[in-house]
Structures are given as structure tokens and as C-alpha cells.
Design a protein around this ligand. Structure first.
Ligand SMILES: C[C@](O)(CO)[C@H](O)COP(=O)(O)OP(=O)(O)OC[C@H]1O[C@@H](n2ccc(N)nc2=O)[C@H](O)[C@@H]1O
Ligand SMILES: Nc1ncnc2c1ncn2[C@@H]1O[C@H](COP(=O)(O)OP(=O)(O)OP(=O)(O)O)[C@@H](O)[C@H]1O
Length: 277
């Protein structure tokens, strides 16, 4: 079976509080984007995960997902998974989570298991905080550590430019530097309204990421990336997730195209992506 594993972006990310287990409760607006890994999965004698385009750790998200499903549903089958990587790592685009979610859906289909989305969110959050959203794979307000998904009924689609610099940011490191005393909390209700109303002006005024100042402290070079994107004509720049990907916005398709041409002279990973589908 062949499946696509779509990446995500965050158009709002508020860190609400640090919890006793070290994780953080969040309040986010998330959307799928048009960058995806290609995955082939088939039954096999033993579990095997191979990846073209990136060296994966032994305990990668797909191996973890297979084990969680075997334990949860007492499966006897084993699976061979081949991944063709297009989503960059440590980018804030949820690459590992997307792979796990796609493999989860494929295995349930192959095994003829029907499960509610809500149960799947609880099961898959063990593998990664972004996996439940990747299971949903549509516009959503996302809370908890990432498992409380409320769909936002919207067909809104628009293009942005994404730049992933040649360094990444560790999600664990970014969260470890978050301090309760930081008075920066995006107004996620307003960002949600902007999506429902398809109101780009309101989105520009309200979209924000509470991890952005932390990522800029970890990697000050992000200031240069942001300046380069502004110089290329993009009118609003926002970091996705815990970085290091930066999203550049304009409602003018020519501006998007020109910015893409200019930025790809300097950065290896620059793409025009469709947001929302
Ligand atoms: C930043 C986001 O990308 C926003 O969508 C996600 O919250 C990160 O999701 P993810 O990469 O799937 O995260 P995980 O692999 O579950 O966690 C990596 C590390 O990030 C920290 N982490 C993650 C999610 C969360 N709600 N609180 C946390 O504190 C924890 O230290 C954890 O050990
Ligand atoms: N299936 C996978 N694909 C990519 N990386 C994986 C995978 N499984 C484990 N990893 C490890 O996780 C690290 C982070 O990769 P990932 O693509 O999930 O990026 P991320 O930017 O942290 O995602 P997020 O947006 O969830 O923060 C990688 O450096 C890699 O070592």
C-alpha cells in the first residue's frame, strides 16, 4: 500500500503551562501543507523501516507506531515500511509525526480495524505530540499536548513560501527554555476567527508563535533569515512549530513567486507550499 504523509504548520502556538510530567499544554491553530513523505508499506516476516533521503534513529517514530499498534490491538502481523523523505527534520513541520500517522492509518486499513478518531488521538500521542493532528490532517484548533483536536470547518487554501535554514532546532530544547513569566500569549481565538472568516488581514494581525522568541535566542541566525524574507518582499513572516522553518506570507502570487526565486539563490530548502489542502 502506498500512502502520503503530509507535513503541518502552526499559524498560532500558545504555550499555556508546563505540566508535572515536563510536557507543556498548548493552544494552537494547525493546517496541513503540500509537502509530504512518500511511504510504501507491506506485510513482512519482521518489522523493518528503511528511509531514503535521511538516516533515521533505530527508535524512530514509525517503529514506535508499529509497536504501539501491535500492543494495542494484539496484532500478529509484521510490516516493512519504506519512506522517501521530503519533509526536512527539526523544521517544525512535524515530519516524524506525519510518517507515524500515515503508517497508523495504513496498518489499521490493512488489518481491517475500525477505530474512532478520538481513540486514535489518545493512542498515537504516545508516539509524538503532533501525531494526533497528522491523523486528523485538516484545519484544527489543537490543545492539550497536541491530542485535543477540534476541527475547524474550512476549505480555505492559500500559498506561502517556506524557508528551512541549514540548521534545525530541537523541540525538547525549545520547550525547556520556555518560562511561565514570559508575558507572550497569542490570541488564538482571533486567529481561529480569521480562518473561519478567510480574513487574511486579521490573520496577519493575529498569527503568532510563543516559541519564536526562544528559537531566535537559540539560533540568532533566524534574524537574518527573517530579514532576507522581508527583503524578498514577503509581508509577514512566522516561524512554524519549534522551528527552524520560517513561513513568508503575501496575498500577491507574483510576490510569492519572486520571493521564491530570490530566496532559493541563498537557501537550499525553499518551497512554495499550499496551506490547508
Ligand atoms: C512544537 C510542535 O511541533 C507544535 O505543533 C509540537 O508540540 C511538537 O511535537 P513533537 O515534535 O511531535 O513532540 P514530541 O516528539 O512528542 O516531543 C518532543 C519534546 O518536546 C517537548 N514537548 C513536546 C510537546 C509538548 N506539548 N510539550 C513539550 O514539552 C518535550 O520535551 C518532548 O520530549
Ligand atoms: N520518521 C521520522 N522522520 C524524521 N525524523 C525522525 C523520524 N523518526 C524519528 N526522527 C527523529 O526526530 C528528529 C526530529 O524530526 P521531525 O521531522 O519530527 O522534526 P520536528 O521539526 O521536530 O517536528 P515537529 O514539528 O513535530 O517539532 C529527527 O532529527 C530524527 O532524528
Amino acid at each position: 500500500m502506498q500512502v502520503q504523509a503530509r507535513a503541518k504548520i502552526n499559524l498560532a502556538l500558545d504555550v499555556v503551562e508546563r505540566m508535572d510530567n515536563g510536557y507543556h499544554s498548548l493552544d494552537m491553530i494547525m493546517a496541513p501543507i503540500s509537502i509530504y513523505d512518500e511511504i510504501e508499506i507491506e506485510k513482512s516476516d519482521c518489522d523493518m523501516v528503511e528511509c531514503e533521503g535521511m538516516k533515521l534513529p533505530e527508535n524512530n517514530t514509525v517503529s514506535k507506531m508499529i509497536q504501539v499498534l501491535k500492543d494495542t490491538y494484539h496484532l500478529d502481523s509484521s510490516f516493512k515500511v519504506s519512506i522517501k523523505k521530503h519533509i526536512p527534520a527539526q523544521a517544525g513541520l512535524g515530519g516524524g509525526s506525519a510518517d507515524a500517522a500515515a503508517v497508523c492509518k495504513a496498518i489499521l486499513k490493512m488489518e481491517g480495524i475500525e477505530e474512532t478518531e478520538e481513540n486514535l488521538y489518545e493512542i498515537t500521542k504516545q508516539v509524538g505530540a503532533d501525531v494526533p493532528f497528522c491523523i486528523h490532517d485538516k484545519w484544527a484548533r489543537v490543545k492539550g499536548i497536541g491530542e485535543k483536536i477540534t476541527p475547524i470547518e474550512s476549505d480555505w487554501k492559500f500559498d506561502v513560501v517556506v524557508v528551512k535554514p541549514d540548521f534545525g532546532i530541537s523541540t525538547a530544547n525549545a520547550f525547556s527554555k520556555w518560562k511561565e513569566s514570559r508575558p507572550f500569549h497569542p490570541d488564538v481565538d482571533l486567529v481561529e476567527s480569521s480562518i473561519r472568516e478567510e480574513n487574511m488581514d486579521l490573520l496577519y494581525q493575529t498569527m503568532a508563535n510563543a516559541l519564536e522568541p526562544i528559537a531566535f535566542e537559540i539560533e540568532p541566525e533566524l534574524n537574518q533569515v527573517k530579514m532576507d524574507m522581508e527583503d524578498a518582499g514577503l509581508v509577514r513572516i512566522l516561524m512554524s512549530g519549534s522551528g527552524s522553518s520560517m513561513l513568508g506570507f503575501s496575498v500577491d502570487e507574483d510576490v510569492i513567486l519572486n520571493a521564491y526565486e530570490q530566496l532559493k539563490e541563498k537557501y537550499d530548502f525553499v518551497k512554495i507550499i499550499h496551506v490547508g489542502g
